[in-house]
Design a binder for this molecule. Structure first.
Ligand code: PLP
Length: 402
């Protein structure tokens, strides 16, 4: 690569670490090694049939052309109805924009609002893409370590200490990737009390794992606890995780009209509208039978319970039970300082992850990628048999340490 012809804004970011881990696992598999891949961040189910059928019907009916930039009226009506029905939030169609996945909504919102040097508060552990998205848009990621003892959540005192006159956004993700931690109404209320004194701070809520909950609770929204923040909150969500539709690329942002208009303008000159056929499928997902959601959550919960028990029985590892999403964020402090049979000392979580991969072929992602160490993330979006095999191999690898 000739670095001088690549823009500085691209040179300051890195490819997704979960993609790199998956690449290494695939390379070892090609070399003939048996690999248990616990890296994936997407449902292992197929998209439900009624949604696939709606896409086919849309194609046959000629929904194969450009749509309105913000998304079809049908899709935005379905999103507005969903926000009303499931979240008790009322949005006009002009306050909603459909995007190419939630990822594009978050990226575009940052691109549309950040001036060079603006700060974005990101509680850590965080989804790997947040800091790089901020950097790519000339912003400054301000990561706030949120230890396990605080449930991996930002406290009001930490938020107050992190806010400066340059703060543009607070980014919240509940339930969280990678920890599964979710905020309660009371916790949101306490954060809102801090925000009251800083009207320049916008809030982005990444609600993509809203429906993947194990405790039977509904995921509260920040705006349920603090309706006064509506004019400075951008609510991000999508169909990827809830309906096993990661490949269809439909997400959205709902928020104040000026922000939505800015997104519309930016996207109209870059990506354009999102796929017309996927939009029809997403509308069918939101308007149709919701049985799949409940059924898949039961399966995720069985996997979480089984895997959590296995991991917590391994000396040196421990894991807090996630409220939602489909990951375990496993504390491996007990392995740091131990020596592998090959004589290598495990100094940080990256060493633990590399050891598990090379020794037993188990692929997971190091906590360094998520901004809080020493941990590793294990995805439960795979079959119970694969999870059992993964746990057996992890236990064997750990037992071989001295
Ligand atoms: N937000 C979080 C926290 C995620 O984990 C992911 C996907 O891994 C996304 C957003 C992206 O979702 P989408 O597929 O809709 O772009």
């Amino acid at each position: 690569m000739n670095p001088s012809r690549i823009a500085e804004r691209v040179r300051r970011i890195k490819p997704s670490p979960s993609t790199s881990a998956a690449d290494r696992a695939n390379e070892l598999r090609r070399q003939g090694k048996s690999i248990v891949n616990l890296v994936v961040g997407e449902p292992d189910f197929n998209t439900p049939e009624h949604i696939r059928r709606a896409a086919a019907a849309a194609m046959d009916a000629g929904a194969t052309r450009y749509t309105l930039m913000a998304g079809t009226v049908e899709l935005r009506q379905a999103i507005a109805a969903k926000l009303e029905r499931e979240n008790g939030l009322t949005y006009a169609l002009s306050e909603i924009i459909a995007t190419n996945g939630a990822k594009s909504a978050i990226y575009s919102a940052l691109a549309a609002t950040l001036q060079s040097g603006d700060e974005v508060i990101i509680p850590a552990p965080y989804w790997v893409s947040y800091p790089d998205m901020v950097l790519a848009n000339d912003g400054v990621p301000v990561t706030v370590p949120c230890p396990e003892a605080n449930g991996f959540k930002i406290t009001p005192a930490q938020l107050a200490a992190a806010i400066t006159p340059r703060t543009r956004w607070l980014l919240l993700n509940s339930p969280s990737n990678p920890t599964g931690a979710s905020y309660t109404v009371a916790e949101y209320r306490a954060l809102a009390e801090v925000l009251a004194a800083h009207p320049q701070v916008l809030v982005m809520t990444d609600d993509i794992y809203e429906h993947i909950r194990f405790d039977g609770e509904r995921t509260p929204h920040l705006l349920n606890a603090a309706p006064e923040l509506r004019d400075r909150t951008l609510a991000i969500n999508g169909v990827s995780k809830t309906y096993a539709m990661t490949g269809w690329r439909i997400g959205w942002a709902a928020g104040p009209r000026d922000l939505i208009l800015a997104l519309d303008t930016l996207l109209s000159q870059s990506a354009g509208n999102c796929c017309s056929i996927s939009q029809a499928a997403a509308a069918a997902a939101l308007n149709g039978d919701q049985g799949f959601v409940a059924e898949s959550v039961i399966v995720y919960k069985q996997r979480r319970d089984a895997t959590l028990a296995r991991i917590n029985a391994i000396p040196g590892l421990s894991c807090r039970s996630p409220d939602g999403a489909f990951y375990l964020y496993i504390n491996c402090a007990g392995l740091i300082g131990k020596t592998t049979p090959e004589g290598k000392v495990l100094v940080q979580d990256g060493d633990v992850v590399m050891y598990l991969l090379e020794k037993e072929g188990v692929a997971v992602v190091a906590g360094t990628a998520y901004g809080l160490s020493p941990y590793f993330r294990l995805s439960i979006a795979t079959s119970i048999e694969i999870l059992e095999e993964g746990c057996t191999r992890i236990a064997r690898a750990v037992a071989a340490l001295r």
